[in-house]
Ligand binder design. Structure first.
Ligand SMILES: Nc1ncnc2c1ncn2[C@@H]1O[C@H](COP(=O)(O)OP(=O)(O)OP(=O)(O)O)[C@@H](O)[C@H]1O
Length: 381
């Protein structure tokens, strides 16, 4: 169930081990997951599936009848222990930033340090201000700030206490598209720098692709899958892979930039891809997204095609979605290599029958377009 292993296998995980079960009126929650000790995790699922409830359990704001939670090897909740919220080293960001209107931006940030003992108080102000680009706002009152600015301050305030865990409940949901586009690069940069686990609730796949390293996928009070984002998104059987906009993400490294064609060549596990435009410096890492609908398959290598990316791939799995559509899981390269990058292709069942594709077959994937969605946040050890 979990891409990071089952709970019993990691009793002393240095990350987060969580299990919450119980009933809220008529809603049954029964979840368990393990997350690494750093990086960004999205709690993802349809409205009402229990994401916020899980986040509240992690913060200690809700207590399920049966619960277990350990963070970096320390038990915050089990049959006997329940560390109250105010004693948990947690930063919490709500959907709408609730800033103190009588305080300036700077004082709102400093307020976040109130519970830190003075002998432990290492001012993080400069670092957080710089990461979130708040320099110009510090002396302002919080009136008349944009939604994106308010949310940046709320996140900064949550980080000022130096929490061991950052929890965010749909932090971008109240923002319009313009404000979201403005705040995401700051979050991207911030999340790459922070060395703590961060968990955010979302039901927006674009947001998740852009910001998350890991995902906990929920449905009707249960965790249906959890693990690294690229693994979960490319599981052809999950509901997240069945919508019209299904896509897979792959982490890549820039290998070469052709000035003449303005094309960047990137290395993925198992092969190379070409991306129009300058993606970044040689050696820089990025995340790309491939829409399943933009991938077509050919039995033999197409010799005359305008499509830039024609990759040798192996078919790892075939999943029939409904009467007409199917998801195929592909792995880059014809050699069998478990570490090869994987992505989904969406083809009609008519094509599946016509070409008689089968699991294990070596074919060619033509990828019509690849979009860049950001970069991995987890520090690889
Ligand atoms: N305190 C409570 N008492 C009773 N029922 C509750 C309580 N809190 C949540 N629920 C119910 O639990 C279910 C899950 O709610 P939750 O807010 O966790 O879902 P969600 O996935 O975060 O939804 P959304 O994306 O719409 O915010 C819902 O049916 C909700 O009505």
């Amino acid at each position: 169930m979990s891409g990071f292993g089952m709970i019993g296998e990691y009793p002393n995980s240095d990350g987060i081990v969580a299990r919450f079960s119980g009933t809220l009126e008529s809603f049954d929650l029964s979840t368990e997951f393990i997350l690494p000790g750093r990086g960004v995790t999205a709690l993802f699922g349809r409205s009402g599936c229990g994401k916020t409830t899980v986040l509240r359990c992690l913060a200690g704001l809700s207590r399920m009848e049966q619960g277990f939670l350990s963070v970096k090897g320390r038990v915050w909740q089990d049959g006997e222990t329940f560390i109250p919220t105010y004693k948990r080293s947690v930063g919490f960001v709500f959907q709408e930033a609730s800033l103190f209107t009588h305080l300036s931006v700077k004082d709102n940030l400093i307020f976040g340090q109130r519970r830190v003992k003075s002998r432990d108080r290492i001012s993080k102000l400069d670092e957080i201000v710089s990461l979130l680009g708040l320099e110009q706002l510090l002396s302002r009152s919080v009136h008349n700030l944009s939604g994106g600015e308010r949310q940046r301050i709320a996140i900064g305030r949550a980080l000022m206490s130096g929490p061991e865990l950052l929890l965010m409940d749909e932090p971008l949901a109240a923002l319009d598209k313009f404000s979201k586009d403005e705040i995401i690069p700051y979050l991207d940069r911030l999340f790459k720098k922070l060395d703590i686990p961060m968990i955010f609730v979302s039901h927006d796949t674009e947001e998740v692709e852009r910001l998350a390293d890991n995902i906990v996928l929920m449905d009707q009070g249960k965790v249906v899958s959890s693990g690294p984002l690229s693994e979960v998104l490319s599981d052809p059987t999950l509901f997240i892979a069945q919508g019209p906009k299904t896509s897979s993400v792959i982490d890549v490294k820039v290998n070469f930039f052709s000035e003449e064609d303005r094309i960047t060549e990137v290395l993925a596990e198992g092969g190379t891809l070409q991306i129009p435009g300058k993606l970044g410096d040689v050696g820089s890492t990025h995340r790309i997204s491939i829409a399943a609908n933009d991938v077509s398959l050919a039995k033999t290598k197409p010799s005359e095609t305008t499509i830039l990316n024609v990759l040798p791939v192996r078919i790892l799995d075939i999943h029939l979605l409904d009467e007409s559509r199917s998801n195929l899981l592909l792995s880059i390269g014809h050699q069998e290599d478990k570490s090869s990058a994987k992505f989904l292709a969406r083809i009609t069942q008519r094509s599946l029958r016509k070409f008689d594709f089968s699991i294990g077959e070596h074919v060619y994937a033509q990828i019509k377009s690849v979009s860049m969605v950001g970069g991995p946040h987890s520090k690889k050890s």
